[in-house]
Design a protein around this ligand. Structure first.
Ligand code: NAD
Length: 362
């Protein structure tokens, strides 16, 4: 029996996780190859409300004893005034750090039927299929010193960007390996004209490429240019590898280019246990209304099957079912554009549709 630790989290987290778990059950039913045992725990704001901390020891040990982790989203305005050490996001950062999840894979692929949901022109968007590999356990999100203190009578905030060579080498290897399996191109994104950490980043990525992946074409791009190129000509990219902060920002941008933040899954890898979550947050503005798009969470389950369990066929079944649901005109509000045969539906309706397609096609 394969054990999955499930953290529904806050806001729309529980709503999208519900749909994703039903899809997992359907895959279990139709493929019959593997049984999944799922167990849920609180994380983030929900955990803070119940236990006074964003992640309990019990939650951590459940994750430790599992084969993979599924996470909805954490956070929300209710907890915004809390001290940083108990903020919902702390639970997630701790989880990533504890499990050594240093490589965050964020594919941004445009589904044919959604081309017109992009704010960009059809001819720019058609065929986008890129993968951002974001470093996840280093950089400015973790660097010390950090904090807000009085310096010479002036209130001063400080965060520190730090990268050591091994942290860059290991994430570069993940990107090159993925690049090799795709179209053989990797773009490393940094800010080497201003930041010393970026100078080191560029040097180390270049060395890893020359030494271990001479067959993969490596190019470098400054992050400001990359932000611009992602809207000017997004199809030029295949694999992008970048730091924690730059990756966080660029993937939100890439998600809008492909239609909606509600469509993008992610996998965080590096340790024994992989963590799979959509890239969106808890969307407090639509939480509890049945409006959230569950497809990013459902596609995160597909990534879990692919990367943690080598179930590539089952992962492809889910991806195809999502594509078919979209082709059949099903749209949540975030991807809705009026048109012939297009139906505006809620979270559970689109989840049901994906499940029915899975049952029909197998
Ligand atoms: P967000 O991603 O939650 O929402 C941004 C916008 O996108 C909102 O208008 C929201 O309604 C919409 N949206 C997001 N996901 C959607 C979905 N599945 N379907 C339809 N619409 C969707 O970002 P935010 O508003 O900046 O952050 C809200 C909270 O989430 C904050 O507390 C933030 O810290 C947290 N957050 C958590 C994670 C995580 O858990 N990994 C990631 C990002 C933000």
């Amino acid at each position: 029996m394969t054990r999955i630790c499930v953290f529904p989290g806050d806001g729309i987290g529980p709503e999208v996780v519900r749909e994703a778990l039903s899809v997992l059950r359907t895959v279990e039913e139709v493929s019959g190859t593997r049984r999944f045992e799922t167990e849920e725990e609180l994380l983030g704001g929900a955990s803070y409300d119940a236990h006074g901390v964003p992640m309990t020891e019990r939650a951590l040990s459940l994750a430790r004893s599992s084969d993979a982790i599924l996470l909805g989203a954490v956070g929300g305005p209710k907890w915004d005034q809390l001290p940083f050490e108990v903020r919902p996001e702390r639970g997630l950062l701790e989880l990533r750090k504890t499990f050594g999840l240093f490589a965050n894979l964020r594919p941004a692929k445009v589904y044919g039927p959604l081309v017109d949901a992009s704010p960009l022109r059809r001819e720019l968007v058609e065929g986008i299929d890129l993968l951002v590999v974001r470093e996840l356990t280093g950089g400015i999100y973790f660097g010390e010193p950090r904090g807000v203190r009085m310096i010479d009578g002036v209130e001063t905030g400080c965060n520190t960007e730090v990268y050591a060579r091994p942290e860059i080498e290991r994430v570069a290897r993940v990107a090159f390996e993925l690049g090799r399996k795709r179209t053989g191109r990797v773009t490393s994104v940094d800010k080497a004209n201003v930041l010393e950490t970026s100078v080191l980043w560029r040097k180390v990525v270049t060395e890893v490429g020359e030494r271990e992946f001479p067959d993969v074409a490596l190019s470098h791009m400054l992050v400001d240019n990359c932000a611009m190129q992602l809207v000017r000509s997004p199809r030029q990219f295949d694999v992008i590898v970048t730091t924690n902060l730059f990756g966080d920002i660029l993937t939100d941008e890439a998600s809008m280019v492909t239609g909606s933040i509600g469509m993008l899954p992610s996998a965080s890898l590096g340790g024994k246990v992989g963590l799979y979550e959509p890239i969106h947050g808890s969307a407090p503005d639509i939480a509890g209304k049945g409006l959230a798009n569950p497809l990013a969470m459902i596609l995160s389950v597909a990534m879990m099957l692919n990367y943690s369990f080598d179930m590539t066929e089952e992962a492809a079944l889910i991806e195809n079912a999502v594509g078919k649901a979209l082709a059949d005109g099903y749209r949540t509000g975030d991807i809705y554009r009026e048109g012939p045969g297009i139906r505006r539906v809620g979270t559970s309706e689109i989840g049901d549709k994906v499940r029915r397609i899975l049952l029909d096609t197998t």
